[in-house]
Design a protein around this ligand. Sequence first.
Ligand code: SF4
Length: 93
Amino acid sequence: MTGRKSENDLLGRGWASRAACVGKPAGWWFPDSYSDVAKVHRAVAICGDCVVRAQCLAYAMSDLSARDYGIWGGTTPSQREHLVHLICRGYRS
Ligand code: SF4
């Protein structure tokens, strides 16, 4: 799949126009397998230079349909799941 990530996933979010992934193939952020380390690292590296990384991660963490798929804010779904567990554990202590 090619095209701007913002066309399908970031629509209506003002910060998306400043995203480093705009104009790049959306598939880079939605790999078939997260075990393909080279492909995941390519997307994560771009996220690392993105000025709206925090907004992107906050969006993914707040939207269940986004949280379980794709690389958002430089994180994979398993990393976001780990974040959720850490946050929940914090609330219990
Ligand atoms: S953090 Fe990554 S996925 Fe999120 S907007 Fe920036 S480049 Fe795109």
